[in-house]
Design a binder for this molecule. Structure first.
Ligand code: ADP
Ligand code: MG
Length: 700
């Protein structure tokens, strides 16, 4: 740091104020997202190494990672299959080998007999004695032995042209400034909160995390559970929550059309429904209505277990848009699901005189042109499709509402980008997002802090839980008999073939084979087949035939996973169910038990089962409750995968872990409320500290 550093300097100093940082290094640091001195402080270690003591060679065990020091007894080049350099080091307590596959003459000299060296590396069993392959080493002058590291050694995320050592030296400089109070790093959590929550101070936490003392509990640190790490994890989760809340706040400043009309369409729709809405559906519908009657864009997430009846709720929202003379777009993640929505919405809305259009990536050129023209002209009032709806050159006439089904595949950036694409003349469409992934409330409030949440927490009446059995595939004959029995009773059956080695082709092949075989054995019944490689109209025909009761048995790949709705289907067989995750199994099983008859699901597996697979199938057998299953799924897989955040880039966390740190979430919520209310300046600073300007819109 040069002379200009003063007490008054804030942590937002440019990096070039540090020794050793010129434009080139600054450029490389920026690849790591490090642009200020503060960024460097918050560039946190990935893990630690213990180089704080020298271990006697005689006490080493295979698997240890250690610093050793001793005299070179012998160094020689060996010519085997590969040329290598072998050294032998002794310290009076024992001997150990060093093995190098890549070396030069210089290295050979460095390790000349009689020289004292200090090495660091992982010890393993060698041919004659313990050895270390490619240790880090340095020559040591026996008359002035250097000190060992006074701290655990932090290992940082690095980038091309920027090594651990450089990062460590830079961090050293900044930590020195911090220790000497020459750097002002404001603690952005409210002081009373820190005291109340018994949290260490930020400065103490940072110093500890970058340079843990030699007696620090390495195991606790490597799990990220140390109190100092938790202090930062709290702050990081808080920053993310605040950033989402801010997005929400921003959207509340925007304008949206009020979706309110005469109400005739809605009345006609409700009258024509063959059932009445459940209490939960009615509640959620009125929450939606409250939102869309405001001139502010709705951002609402509806969570509802499979079969809870989300589609009809979405239809009500769509009708409000139509009544207000605006268009509504309904988007689903898969072709099959979008097709089904199209059929549903057409069946419901066409009799009311509403024009429902269909748009998918697979439309032929002429049909697409026609669809696009009718969307642009405003003729198409409701448009159903896959996310081709927003990827392509679609011009809406006046879009008032976007419905996104099964949203767990979309992240915050996609949501934002969708809304922006739908905006016209400063008016933003309302957004309704529906998910069948129920997640615990506190977690939802963190990762969906930009959304209002509604829950359909009630199934339509008369549903009976699906009885689930788990059977090894040796019992296939029994299973086929069971299928035969069900068909004979007039119930329809799904037979699901699962993904083999991530290959759709093989999966389709397996489904074709299964269909052929089952059609032979069950020759008196009508067997159909759907898989991802069939033509769309062929798929649709088969699905329609199954839905109309013209097929008894439907053999399918997991393409039917989401949303497919055939209430008379009472039995589902899933082959190789051990290959599927909990939420996928739950989604699939949700295809049965939609009518009022008792239904069953047979999970066939191919043994032996891994511990995890065993646990999954056990959970499926025990419960039908989507929330319970989601909780277990979080335990087994972690939130990133459950919420699909890993793919979508939502919440890229440096030190916090949504699963490990769930206990912090209530405190995060509480802090967020306090900060927004009483410390609005700190909100910006916190977001900037942890997220920077990374919150940019991504492509859908
Ligand atoms: P999901 O929430 O999984 O998308 P769907 O919207 O597909 O559920 O609805 C599942 C089934 O429940 C459909 O057959 C639908 O017609 C039926 N359903 C929805 N609401 C009710 C209700 N209130 N009473 C009876 N059946 C209903
Ligand atoms: Mg659905």
């Amino acid at each position: 740091m040069n002379q200009t550093a003063r007490q008054s300097d804030t942590a937002d100093l440019p990096l070039t104020k540090l020794k050793g940082v010129g434009p080139r290094v600054a450029e490389r640091l920026s690849h790591l997202g490090i642009n200020t001195v503060q960024d460097l402080l918050f560039h946190l270690p990935l893990r630690y190494e213990d180089r704080t003591r020298i271990t006697p060679i005689g006490s080493l065990r295979p698997g240890d990672t250690a610093v050793i020091q001793g005299k070179v007894q012998l160094t020689e080049v060996k010519f085997g299959k590969r040329r290598m350099l072998l050294s032998r080091i002794g310290d009076g307590t024992g001997m150990i080998g060093l093995r190098f596959f890549h070396f030069n003459a210089q290295q050979q000299q460095n390790l000349a007999r009689g020289v004292t060296v200090r090495c660091y590396g992982e010890v393993r069993v060698g041919q004659q004695m313990l050895e270390i392959a490619h240790p880090e080493y340095q020559r040591v002058d026996p008359d002035s032995i250097p000190e060992v590291q006074p701290h655990l050694t932090a290992i940082y995320p690095v980038t091309e042209g920027l090594h651990q050592l450089s990062l460590r030296k830079l961090t050293d400089q900044v930590l020195d400034l911090l220790t000497q109070d020459r750097l002002v790093l404001p603690d952005l959590l409210p002081a009373d909160l820190i005291r109340q929550a018994d949290q260490p101070e930020l400065k103490a936490a940072l110093l500890y995390i970058h340079r843990p003392p030699p007696d620090a509990p390495l195991d606790v640190l490597s799990e990220g559970r140390h109190v100092m790490q938790q202090r930062l994890a709290l702050e990081e989760l808080l920053a993310h929550t605040l950033s989402l809340r801010k997005l929400r706040h921003r959207s509340q400043q925007q304008q949206a059309p009020v979706l309110k009309g005469a109400g005739a369409l809605i009345n006609n729709f409700i009258t024509a429904l063959p059932y009445t809405l459940t209490g939960a559906q009615q509640r959620v519908v009125s929450e939606i209505e409250h939102d869309i009657h405001q001139p502010v864009p709705m951002q609402r997430l509806v969570q509802g277990d499979v079969g809870s009846g989300k589609t009809v709720v979405a239809a009500m929202a769509v009708l409000h848009a139509v009544e207000a003379k605006l268009q509504a777009a309904v988007m689903a993640p898969t072709e099959i699901l979008a097709e089904q929505h199209f059929r549903n919405f057409s069946d419901w809305l066409t009799p009311l005189g509403i024009h429902v259009a269909w748009l998918s990536g697979k439309l032929k050129a002429a049909a697409r042109r026609k669809a696009l023209a009718s969307i642009a002209a405003g003729e198409a009032q409701v448009i159903v499709g896959t996310h081709a709806l927003f990827q392509e050159q679609v011009e809406f006439d006046r879009l008032g509402l976007i419905v996104v089904d099964e949203q767990h595949r979309f992240g915050v950036h996609q949501r934002l980008s969708l809304r922006e694409k739908g905006a016209q003349n400063g008016q933003h469409p309302h957004q309704l997002i529906m998910t069948a992934t129920p997640i615990p409330r506190t977690l939802a409030m963190t990762v969906y802090a930009d959304l209002d949440c509604s829950v359909i927490d009630e199934l339509p009446p008369g549903r009976k839980p699906v009885e689930t059995v788990v059977l090894p595939d040796q019992r296939r004959d029994d299973v086929v008999q069971r299928v035969e029995h069900a068909c004979r009773e007039g119930r329809q059956v799904y037979w699901v073939c699962t993904l083999i080695e991530e290959s759709e082709a093989l999966q389709c092949q397996a489904a074709e084979d299964a269909a052929r075989e089952l059609a032979e054995v069950l020759s008196e019944f009508r067997v159909g087949l759907v898989h991802g490689r069939m033509k769309a109209d062929q798929k649709e025909q088969t699905m329609a035939a199954f839905k109309n009761g013209e097929l008894d048995l439907l053999v399918a790949t997991t393409v039917i996973e989401v949303g497919v709705d055939v209430p008379n289907a009472g039995l589902m067989i899933i082959e190789n169910s051990e290959r599927l995750g909990l939420s996928q199994l739950h989604q699939l099983r949700g295809r049965v038990g939609r009518g009022s008859q008792a239904s069953a699901c047979v999970l066939m597996y191919h043994g032996p089962l891994s511990e995890n697979a065993h646990a999954r199938l056990g959970i499926m057998r025990e419960t039908n409750d989507g929330f319970e299953i989601a909780r277990k799924d979080l335990e087994l897989r972690g939130p990133g995968e459950v919420l699909g955040t890993r793919q979508t880039g939502l919440m890229q966390l440096r030190i916090a872990d949504l699963q490990r740190d769930q206990a912090l979430l209530p405190k995060v919520m509480q802090s967020a409320d306090i900060l927004l209310k009483s410390y609005p300046d700190n909100v910006e600073l916190l977001i900037n500290r942890w997220i920077g300007n990374a919150t940019q819109y991504a492509e859908v």
